[in-house]
Structures are given as C-alpha cells and as structure tokens.
Write a protein that binds this ligand. Structure first.
Ligand SMILES: Nc1ncnc2c1ncn2[C@@H]1O[C@H](COP(=O)(O)OP(=O)(O)OP(=O)(O)O)[C@@H](O)[C@H]1O
Length: 671
C-alpha cells in the first residue's frame, strides 16, 4: 500500500488508536532470515562503487548542509485541524513540503513552519483541552477514533510560544505552564521511586568487543596548562566508597573521555568535552564531582524548605535526566551525598517534596528547574558545579535562553566562582562560541576523535527509499530483524503514532515515545522497550540523545533528521560502550538532499561505505567555496573553535592517542 492510502487507512474507525502491545508469543515478528541483509545491502550493491575518489571527499570536508528547501507545509488532512506543535526536530530548517502527511486537503488550512517540539514543555493537560490525541493514546487499550478533539477550540499547543523567524521554537517556561499564567488541570503523575535494591542500582551491561579499541582514538586537548590524563581509576585517587561503587558498576578501565575529563575536573578547570556517543561521558563528569564533594567534606543535607545544592546538572529530556540521576545515585551509593531528579510531566508537588528532603546534586530539565527556582525551593548560592549534558542542545535556541537565565540569577555564583562542565558528542561552531559566556576563559576543550563524528562501532547503511516505499521496507526489515531491539526514528509525533500503530497492525510488537505522550506513557514505553516486551520503539528525536539502553542492536531512520548532528545522536543509541550496532537510514532525495554532503562526511570519517548515489547527490549539491559554519548547526566544528577564531598558533593543542597520554605541550597563549 502506498502512502496515498495511508491517511484513508488511518481514518478507519475500527483501527486501534492507541499503541497496543502485542504479546510476543501470540504475534511473532517473523523468523530471522537473510532478507534483512539483502535489503540493507541492495542499494549499495546496485548503486555500484562505494567510494568516490579522494578529491570528491575532500570537497565535502566542511560537511555543510545545503538545506533550506522552503517552508514546512503541513496540514493534518485526517483530523480536520492543524496544530502548531507537530515535529520534534529542532533544526531551523524544516523538512520540505513533501512530508509523510501529504497534502493540505482538509483542516483549517493553517500552516506552520515552526513545529519543533521542545522537550520539557508542560504536560498536556487533560479534559476538554486535552492532549491533541486524546482519542489516540488510550492506556486502557480501547479502540478510539483518530479524531482530534482540540480542533474544536482551535487549540494550538498548550503554553507554546513561537518565536517568529528564529526557525526554532521556544516555549514559555514550564513555570508558567504549571504554576503561572496557564491554569490547566494539574499534572498528577508521580514517577515510581528509583530502585532501592542494590543489584538493581548497580545493574549494568557488558562492555563490547570494541571497548579496548577506544584506546586508539586520537584525543586532542586544547587550552592552557591541561593536567595530564590518567590511565587508571587508581590514578584518580578517589575515595574508597567511590572506588567500590565504580567496581560494582563493572567499570575496570577508563574510557578516553574519562581519562582526560576526570583529571581536568579534579583540577578545578572548566571543560567542554566532545566524545562519541556511548563512550562514558556521564561518569566522566559525575565521578570527579562526587570525588570533589567527598574531599570537601560535603555535609548531608537535611530536611529544609529551601535546599542549596552544590551541583546542578541539566539535560534536555526527561528520560535522559532521569538516567543521569540514576547514575549519580549509583556512584554516590553509601555516601551522604543525595542526588535528586526533577523533570516536567510529573507532579510539581512531588518534585518539591523530593527536594525538601535534602539535595546535594540536583538533576533537572530546564523548565522544571526554572519553576522550582522561581518557587524558591532551590537556592543557588552553594552551586559549585554546573553541568550541561548534551550541551550543544542546551545552548541552542530552544534551551539557550533558559540556561542564560539560570546563570544570570543574582544568587548564582559567577563563572569564576563555579566550575562549569559541558559534554556532548556534537559541538557545532556557533554553539561553542555561545558557550564562552558560561565558561571561564581558560576552559579546556577535549575532543575525543572527530568532533561531531559518529561512533565507529555503528555500521551505517544509507538506502535510497522513496517516501511511498518506506513502510513496506520497514516492515520487511523488522520481520528480518526479529526480536532484536530496534529504535525507529521518525520526524513528527503524529507520524510516530501512525507508524507504531501500523506496525502493531502488522503484528510487530511496538511501542512509541514522543512529546505528546503523557509522561507515564513515555516511561512505560521505555520500560517495555528496555525489558524487551516491545522490541521495537518508534521515537521522535526526543529519544535521540543520551539514552543508554542495553542491547539496542538497530537504529532505523525511517525519516532522516533535519541536521547531521541529530543523525549522529540518533544512531548513537546503538553501538555503545564497545558493543557493535547497525544503523539503517532511509534517504529520500527530495527532502533529504541537504544532508547528502554531511552524511558523506560522517560515513567516510567513520570508515563506512559511501554509496555512489549519495556521493552523486552530495556532489550535485556542492557549492564551491562553501565552508564551515552555518546557522543551521549541522556542520562539524573542526575541533575547538577558539583555534579558528584566534589562530591555530596561539592555542595549546595536544594531539595524541589516549593510550599514550603524554603531558600536554604548552604552546603559545591564545587568550
Ligand atoms: N569505564 C567504563 N567501563 C565500563 N562501562 C562504562 C564505562 N564508562 C561508561 N560505561 C557505560 O557505558 C554506557 C554509556 O555511557 P554513557 O551513557 O555515559 O555514554 P555517553 O558518552 O554519555 O553517550 P551519549 O553521547 O549517547 O550521551 C553506560 O552504560 C555506562 O555505564
């Protein structure tokens, strides 16, 4: 069936509108076969040579995207209205006119080119102004119609404020959503308490066969007087409790980003660290912070109306910040340090109660953090460590203003008085420049491998698949993949629902995660995926960053994201911690041609085969003299952008393999 029929099909009233979970025993996803491999390879094989000459590749070195194919026109012909908050991609360029929800046949004819979902927005309230898919996601599993009730009142997305011309959305603070201007029905969800059982706290998965290969990755440290890397946990000279926790977590050997970031942080330096997905960045900031806190004799915080944490960690998504919290809880086990997590979509009172019981490390999503500071439940005076995980995302136009607000609070120690740490697998140049405002001028920059490069343990395949053939191809692949855990990324929340529902109809056990699902549903979906109850998770970019799920063997980009950075994060959900994984991307030349150049670069940098047809498209969209930065944030920074702007000779640059870890050479001054 082609996509032409899709809308019609979806409208059929008998189709379950929730995302059912099929029992695996009842509905087998099909036997493993070799068709998957054939499918994966077919386009490459038929498209002949896998690599063009070096000349062509070098021309794409800047990796700049040439997107901007016009406004994203999207009318929900199946619901008879159009909302303003459909997609989750945060790039400023929206995917062009031929989306999967094609045409503008119905609805109220509103258009919107500014649909990105910003995580950490308020939970959609219930009742009449309910989630736009009130009828879609029914946990009770009733068959409901795909009729959106919100069109009745012209609902356009709760608490949503579109910044015209920015190309990205910003939402009003969650503070307003939950406690301010908008008095919708209260969010009542209280997440389950974290496990108390030690086995569960220290549960971990095995490092993979390529874990030792991390040692061969080139590491570059730039900035003044970088402390030498350490080679072992012992060299970090952490306290006994921390060492015990590290051992119980199954860590025996440092990853490169840890070898460099731990001593830098222990030395009190500010840090911007860029390392490939799944290579242990979380422990790279948690361990030295915990060690410092222990060394400084942090006192157990007591029950108080206002808590003053020593450390604030922010991350862009709820699930990610919860994961970071669980890591903090694991490594601080047996100490008096109390980490707390707060995030949107949960009852505000619950967050407040958690904080009041004591808080040394606050893990928060930005909106909830602002809310809680506004309510004076958190005082900032004691903050010594500020961590921005997925820092490029935290500083982009979506979250940047809130982060700026955070560091501008009068009580917040200045950057000279606190330590600021930024981590990500991608750091576009313009974001690096913005980061300067948050960091001391002498911050150190650690680049493990190519900044913004994909994890080399992920086998990447790009297939040319037209919009109308995607679903058929997806089903074919998933049937061959069988029970192996697979994340399928799509561009919009509605599409996530459609594809998940479609796969369920095909009797493939599937669940979905995206920003229009209630938090309880999101966590349930993730839980079902983690435990293998649903081996397929259809997700929007809300699940692209940071999530560390054991045994994800495949990532399928049903739709490519609008930026190459997002691609790198998405495929990084597999191939983690030395394990190997596979990523398959459907490339539809019409909307995706702007990604051809950066894709060629990502593939070749990761020693992957580059299909000839992709090189052709990249070549045909190549603009001579085109280089470097773009406001779209989808090119790599060469490494530390201070070099580009202040001259290479003025930087201290140390390029060496992490295995050798010599002392950094003190070059000339750059500041
Ligand atoms: N030294 C180590 N030894 C063994 N396992 C480790 C080590 N460091 C990290 N891990 C494990 O590797 C996995 C990936 O780590 P983590 O989530 O911190 O990666 P990341 O670099 O932050 O990835 P992403 O860029 O996707 O956010 C986790 O399960 C973590 O517990």
């Amino acid at each position: 069936m082609g996509d032409e029929d899709w809308d019609t099909e979806i409208l059929k009233p008998h189709i379950p509108s929730f995302v059912p979970v099929f029992d695996k025993d009842t509905f087998s996803s099909g036997a493993n076969g070799d068709a998957f491999n054939r499918a994966s390879d077919s386009s490459e094989i038929s498209d002949a040579p896998t690599r063009r000459d070096q000349f062509m590749r070098s021309r794409f070195a800047s990796g700049r995207s040439l997107g901007g194919r016009g406004m994203f026109l999207f009318c929900c012909n199946f619901v008879g209205y159009q909302d303003g908050n459909d997609t989750e991609a945060s790039g400023s360029s929206r995917r062009g006119g031929r989306g999967s929800f094609r045409g503008c046949r119905g609805g109220f004819g509103l258009t919107h080119n500014n649909e990105s979902e910003r995580e950490d927005g308020p939970q959609r309230p219930g009742g009449f102004f309910n989630s736009r898919r009130t009828g879609l996601v029914d946990p009770a599993g009733k068959n409901l119609e795909f009729i959106d009730k919100s069109f009745v009142c012209g609902y356009k997305g709760f608490n949503e404020e579109v910044v015209a011309g920015s190309g990205r959305n910003t939402w009003k603070s969650e503070a307003e959503g939950e406690s301010g201007d908008f008095q919708g029905p209260k969010v009542t969800y209280i997440p389950p308490p974290p496990p108390e059982n030690e086995d569960a706290i220290f549960a971990h998965y095995q490092t993979g066969i390529n874990f030792d290969k991390y040692d061969t990755i080139l590491v570059e440290v730039s900035g003044h007087d970088a402390p030498p890397a350490i080679l072992t946990f012992e060299e970090a000279d952490l306290c006994q409790t921390l060492n015990n926790n590290i051992t119980r977590a199954g860590y025996t050997k440092l990853t490169p980003v840890q070898k460099y970031s731990i001593p830098i942080t222990l030395a009190g330096r500010d840090l911007m660290a860029c390392a490939q997905t799944g290579s242990g960045k979380t422990a790279a900031f948690l361990l030295p912070i915990l060690a410092h806190m222990m060394r400084d004799g942090v006192t157990a915080s007591r029950f108080k109306d206002q808590q003053e944490p020593e450390c604030i960690i922010v991350a862009p998504t709820r699930e990610l910040i919860n994961q970071i919290f669980l890591e903090a809880r694991k490594f601080s086990f047996g100490t008096c340090i109390r980490p707390v997590v707060i995030y949107g979509g949960t009852q505000l009172g619950h967050s407040i109660r958690q904080i009041m019981q004591g808080c040394n490390i606050l893990c928060a999503t930005p909106g909830r953090l602002m809310d809680i500071i506004g309510k004076e439940k958190i005082g900032l005076r004691q903050v010594r460590y500020l961590v921005l995980d997925e820092a490029d995302r935290m500083l982009d136009m979506g979250f940047g203003p809130e982060m700026k607000k955070l560091i501008s609070f009068p009580a917040m120690p200045s950057k000279e008085q606190r330590q600021t740490l930024m981590f990500s697998a991608t750091f576009p140049e313009e974001i690096q420049r913005l980061a300067g405002e948050f960091l001391k001028t002498d911050y150190l920059f650690v680049a493990v491998g190519q900044v913004g490069g994909a994890c080399s343990d992920v086998q990447q395949t790009v297939l040319q698949v037209g919009q109308y053939s995607k679903r058929e191809k997806l089903v074919e692949m998933l049937r061959n993949i069988g029970e192996e855990r697979t994340m399928v990324f799509v561009e919009t929340k509605k599409k996530a629902d459609f594809i998940a529902t479609f796969l369920c109809q095909e009797k493939i056990s599937t669940t979905s995660i995206h920003g229009d699902r209630e938090q309880r549903e999101r966590e349930q979906a993730l839980g079902d995926f983690r435990c293998g109850k649903c081996p397929v998770l259809v997700a929007t970019s809300v699940a692209a960053r940071g999530l560390d799920i054991e045994n994800v063997q495949h990532v399928i980009n049903f739709d490519l994201p609008s930026t190459i950075d997002e691609y790198v994060h998405r495929i990084g959900r597999t191939g983690r911690c030395g394990n190997i994984g596979k990523a398959i991307s459907f490339f539809d030349p019409e909307p995706d041609s702007h990604l051809a150049q950066p894709l060629v670069k990502v593939l070749s940098d990761a020693q992957q085969d580059v299909p000839a047809w992709l090189e052709e498209i990249a070549f045909s969209t190549y603009v001579p003299g085109f280089s470097g930065g773009t406001s779209r944030g989808n090119v790599f920074a060469s490494v530390d952008t201070r070099k580009s702007y202040q001259g290479k000779s003025s930087m201290n640059i140390v390029g060496f393999s992490s295995a050798q870890a010599p002392d950094p050479v003190d070059d000339e001054s750059w500041d």
